[in-house]
Ligand binder design. Structure first.
Ligand code: 1PR
Length: 526
């Protein structure tokens, strides 16, 4: 029997689903004594190092866990489940880890590289291990800001390393105790195979590949599904043209969310994003169909899932108040790995800039505190405001990609809320910077001007935001051909590009985008 040590933070549903998809059933660790009764134990740590250790202490799990590990019984730690095996972490100074492996976890110090290290990277396997029995260089999904650095003190533990700036430890193993920094449950078929080797207790371990060169973080290709209820009351995937999703008065219906998400997973999407585009006017926790979409999607889709729309505080009809953290938590429990915040981020930044300091009150801070920065994406919906001369405005201007209505050759990018319905006196660059300060882990950068036009990404906008922040940026809006993807990667260096319309209408398959990038030497996940 497999036992899962879930202390109630983050998306463990995906891991449960991944285990079940491999034909294994599992029990939950509910009290300290369950740990020593486990036959095979999985610990998918989530959130910050200190928070994870605090939960383990509060639940009385630390001593039995140490005893289980000291006996060398079958164990698989994932992400924080790897880091807590070490003595401590720069993330939470003064907090002791389980101390099984000598050494400290440190923050990436990769100048010029985005932190978190987020996305698909390879691993170099240094010695035989059943976990990597059939590993042939596949990329696996990582998301973390802290890592263990290989050194002589932990040499007998280090099983695999990965490059991001310098090499870091991506897997450890001694006997039957193993842990991985990546997320096998989010790493597609390659991750499921690795999980199966652990679940089945396989012992055979062929020699690893003999040619492990440097590893590289892949550019991510993301499929986005804008979802809303149509006039007949069905939840459908729709797609706008500069955010207008109606055609001859009807909401465009491009398919069913769960089925489309599965199709994109099978076609090689590196992530799937759902945006509940009318959630700003409804109460999302009452939106059971959307939660159900997530639950059902996470049964079959083993890459990261992001959900956006309506992540903010609410008061329901009975006067009960829910925080943005309550709303986000419900999404994480239903299978989301990240939540994306749109309108509420604009409101939060307006207040933050007036206040001048962080007070922990914003949804960004609260969700990042509990689930980690990497779980908080900011979806920006900017619209161009044309000016004749940058001196006319205090906002960050770029050369306009096409002249304005009066021949203006400059523009700034105005943040909007409620799906572009309302503009604010805030530009995309200041919003992105402030959100990074508040603890966001990634920017999803749309463009109302380019959305649905197929005319390519707005490179000036994307470049200016990517230059302003050190967290990953996802370029979105306007993809019409495979060349648009290579252009945006070459011109701006962003980590990921997202498209909707061309994938929904099957004009450009995801595989064609990846084949084109491969021809140009741009690495993606195969
Ligand atoms: O404000 O926190 O409730 O979040 C609402 C979310 O819904 C935001 O992320 C916002 O971007 C999104 N949204 C609101 N209205 C619309 C609309 O289309 N009417 N969709 C909308 C935005 C933009 C993209 C789209 C790309 C790629 N969709 O994500 O998928 O532009 O499209 P393309 O490849 O076809 O050009 P909140």
């Amino acid at each position: 029997m497999i036992s899962l040590l879930d202390y109630g933070a983050g998306n463990v549903r995906s891991l449960r689903n991944a285990i079940q998809s491999q034909g294994f059933s599992l029990t939950e660790i509910e009290r300290p004594e369950d740990i020593l009764k486990a036959e095979r134990l999985i610990f998918p740590g989530v959130g910050a190092f200190g928070a994870a250790m605090a939960r383990l202490h509060a639940l009385g799990y630390v001593e039995p866990l140490k005893a289980y590990l000291a006996e060398g019984r079958p164990y698989l730690g994932i992400c924080i489940g790897l880091q807590t095996l070490f003595e401590g972490s720069e993330e939470s100074p003064g907090v002791e880890g389980l101390g099984l492996i000598p050494g400290q976890i440190r923050r990436f110090d990769a100048s010029g590289l985005s932190v978190p290290h987020m996305g698909w990277n390879g691993v170099r396997v240094h010695r035989p291990s059943p976990l990597f029995a059939d590993y042939s260089g596949d990329k696996l999904y990582f998301v973390h800001s802290y890592r263990a650095v290989p050194g002589p003190e932990s040499a007998d533990w280090v099983l695999a390393t990965t490059d991001y700036g310098d090499p870091f430890v991506s897997a450890v193993q001694r006997g039957r105790v193993a842990a991985v920094q990546f997320h096998p449950e989010k790493s597609g078929a390659a991750g499921l195979r690795l999980l199966r080797h652990f679940l089945a207790g396989e012992e055979a371990a062929p020699a690893p590949r003999s040619d492990p060169g440097p590893t590289h973080l892949a550019k991510r290709i993301i499929a986005c599904l804008d979802v809303r209820t149509n006039d007949a009351g069905d939840l459908v995937v729709t797609k706008g043209d500069q955010y207008d999703v109606r055609e001859q008065g009807e909401v465009r219906n491009l398919g069913k969310p769960v089925e489309l998400a599965r199709r994109y997973y099978e076609e090689g999407a590196d992530e799937v994003t759902f945006l509940n585009i009318t959630a700003f006017r409804d109460f999302p926790l009452a939106d059971q169909p959307m939660l159900e979409v997530l639950r059902r999607t996470s049964e079959n889709v083993f890459v990261p899932l992001t959900i956006g729309g309506g992540i903010r505080a609410f008061t329901d009809g009975q006067g009960r108040t829910y925080s943005a953290l309550d709303v986000a938590s419900e999404y994480f429990r239903s299978g989301a790995d990240k939540v994306s915040i749109g309108s509420d981020a604009v409101d939060a930044v307006e207040h933050y800039l007036v206040r001048g300091y962080k007070d922990g009150s914003t949804a960004i801070e609260q969700i990042a505190q509990v689930y980690g920065n990497q779980a908080v994406v900011i979806s920006i919906d900017p619209r161009r405001v044309y000016v004749g001369d940058p001196a006319e405005t205090r906002h960050h201007c770029v050369q306009a990609p096409e002249p304005g209505p009066n021949g203006e050759s400059w523009c700034w990018y105005q943040c909007t809320v409620k799906g572009g319905r309302e503009g604010r006196d805030l530009d995309a660059v200041e919003l992105a910077r402030a959100c990074e300060d508040l603890g966001a882990g990634e920017i999803l950068l749309n463009s109302i001007d380019r959305d649905g036009t197929g005319r390519g990404f707005d490179l000036g906008l994307i470049q200016s935001v990517a230059d302003a922040v050190s967290i990953p940026v996802i370029a979105s809006s306007g993809a019409g051909s495979v060349e648009h993807f290579s252009q945006v990667f070459a011109a701006t260096g962003v980590e990921a590009a997202l498209a909707a319309g061309i994938f929904h209408r099957q004009e450009v398959p995801i595989a064609a985008v990846k084949a084109h990038l491969a021809e140009l030497g741009v690495e993606t996940r195969a």
